[in-house]
Ligand binder design. Structure first.
Ligand SMILES: NC(=O)c1ccc[n+]([C@@H]2O[C@H](COP(=O)([O-])OP(=O)(O)OC[C@H]3O[C@@H](n4cnc5c(N)ncnc54)[C@H](OP(=O)(O)O)[C@@H]3O)[C@@H](O)[C@H]2O)c1
Length: 317
C-alpha cells in the first residue's frame, strides 16, 4: 500500500520552554541555549529522515527564529516552510509564567508587523497562514486583511492558508472556502485539528479534498492526551494495537489520521528526537491497520465541545 501522506515537523514545542503538553519528563534543561541546540538537532534529524515540510509561527517563542537560522545555515534546496501570523509570544522565556503565554490579534497592523519578519523565510516559505482563525475576531470578514493576503499571494507565489482550533472549526473552514478576491479563491491550504478524540471535521475535510485544497493535520496526538492512562477504554485499545504492531501508541493514532483522511501532511509535534523517531513509525510498512481496527478507533471520538473544553484547561508546563 502506498502512503501518500507525509509527516511534517511542527515547531510549537521546540521554541519555548513551556507549552500545553502533558510532559512527563519535567526535568529538561529549559535554557535558551539548550532549546536552540535541541531544536537544531530535531530539525536535522527530521531532514535526515526525509521530512521536508516545517511549520512554525511567531508565537512559538524562538521557534520561527530557529527555523530561519537553521534554514539559512543548512541551505537545503528541497524544504518547504510554513508560518503564521496573528499571535504574539509574551511569556519572554519566564518559567512558570502566570498570564497568557500568547496574545491573539487579528488586525492588519499585526499582519504587517509579523510579515515584516516572516518574509525572511522566502523563497522557501510556501504556506502563510492565519493563526487560529475564529469567528470571534472577524478576520474572515476583514477586507483590509484579506486584500493584503491576496496581494502577498500574487507578489510572492505563496499559498495562503489558515489554521483552525475549537468547536467551530467546520464553520470557519466552510466560510473561508467561499472567500474570493478578484474572482480567485483566496485560501489554498487548511491546517486543521483531527485526531482519534476529535473527529468532527471529518466531513469538511472531505469537502476540502474534493476541492483539491492542501490539507495539513495538527494535534494528531491531542496534545499528548492520547497517552493518558486514566482514560482506560481508549488507552487499552491503543496499547493493544501498539503491542500488536510493535510501535508506540503515537504511531497508531497518527496512522489512524493518515488512513482516515489521507491529508497532504500530518504534523509531528515532537519535542525531541526520540519522540520524532517514534512518531515516524506511523509510516512503517508493516503497520497496516485493519478495517475493523479503524472502525474501533473511530469509535473513540468524543464530543467536540468537551474535547475543546478539556484542551482549554490544559496547563502550560
Ligand atoms: N492553532 C494552531 O495553528 C496550532 C495549534 C497547535 C499545533 N499546531 C501545529 O501543529 C504541530 C503539532 O501539534 P501539537 O504539538 O500541538 O500536537 P500533538 O502532536 O498533538 O502533541 C505533541 C506533543 O505530544 C507529545 N509527544 C509526541 N510524541 C510523543 C511520544 N512518542 N511519546 C510521548 N510524548 C510524545 C509531546 O509532548 P511533550 O513535549 O510534553 O513531551 C509533544 O509536544 C505544532 O508543532 C504546530 O506546528 C498549530
Amino acid at each position: 500500500m502506498t502512503i501518500k501522506t507525509k509527516i511534517g515537523m511542527g515547531l510549537a514545542a521546540l521554541g519555548r520552554p513551556e507549552y500545553i503538553n502533558i510532559r512527563e519528563n519535567k526535568n529538561i534543561d529549559k535554557t535558551e541555549k539548550a532549546f536552540r541546540e535541541n531544536a537544531f538537532s530535531v530539525l536535522d534529524f527530521a531532514y535526515e529522515k526525509g521530512i521536508r515540510y516545517y511549520d512554525t509561527a511567531p508565537s512559538y517563542g524562538k521557534g520561527e527564529r530557529y527555523l530561519m537560522d537553521w534554514n539559512n545555515d543548512r541551505k537545503h534546496s528541497d524544504v518547504i516552510l510554513g508560518t503564521k501570523w496573528g499571535y504574539t509570544y509574551v511569556a519572554n522565556w519566564e518559567l512558570g509564567y502566570y498570564g497568557k503565554h500568547e496574545i491573539k490579534e487579528h488586525s492588519l497592523d499585526k499582519l504587517l508587523e509579523q510579515w515584516e519578519v516572516s518574509q525572511e523565510l522566502l523563497p522557501k516559505l510556501n504556506i502563510y497562514q492565519i493563526h487560529s482563525a475564529t469567528l470571534e475576531t472577524g478576520v474572515l470578514q476583514n477586507d483590509a486583511i484579506l486584500n493584503k493576503l491576496y496581494q502577498l499571494k500574487k507578489e510572492t507565489g505563496i499559498q495562503i492558508g489558515l489554521t483552525t482550533s475549537g468547536e467551530n472549526q467546520n464553520k470557519i473552514i466552510l466560510e473561508a472556502l467561499n472567500i474570493k478576491i478578484n474572482n480567485d479563491y483566496l485560501f489554498d491550504s487548511f491546517q486543521v485539528t483531527y485526531n482519534i478524540l476529535e473527529q468532527s471535521t471529518f466531513e469538511v475535510l472531505n469537502i476540502l479534498k474534493s476541492k483539491s485544497k492542501f490539507i495539513i493535520i495538527k494535534e494528531a496526538l491531542a496534545n499528548g492526551r492520547i497517552f493518558n492512562k486514566e482514560n482506560k477504554a481508549t488507552y487499552s485499545l491503543l496499547e493493544n494495537l501498539a503491542l500488536k504492531y510493535n510501535v508506540g501508541i503515537d504511531a497508531i493514532v497518527i496512522r489512524f489520521v493518515i488512513d482516515s483522511i489521507e491529508p497532504n501532511y500530518v504534523l509531528s509535534g515532537a519535542s525531541n528526537i526520540h519522540q520524532l523517531e517514534e512518531n515516524l513509525k506511523a509510516l512503517h510498512p508493516d503497520l497496516i491497520l485493519l478495517h475493523s481496527e479503524m472502525k474501533q478507533l473511530s469509535l473513540l471520538r468524543t464530543n467536540p465541545v468537551s474535547y475543546w473544553e478539556e484542551r482549554n484547561r490544559l496547563t502550560w508546563n
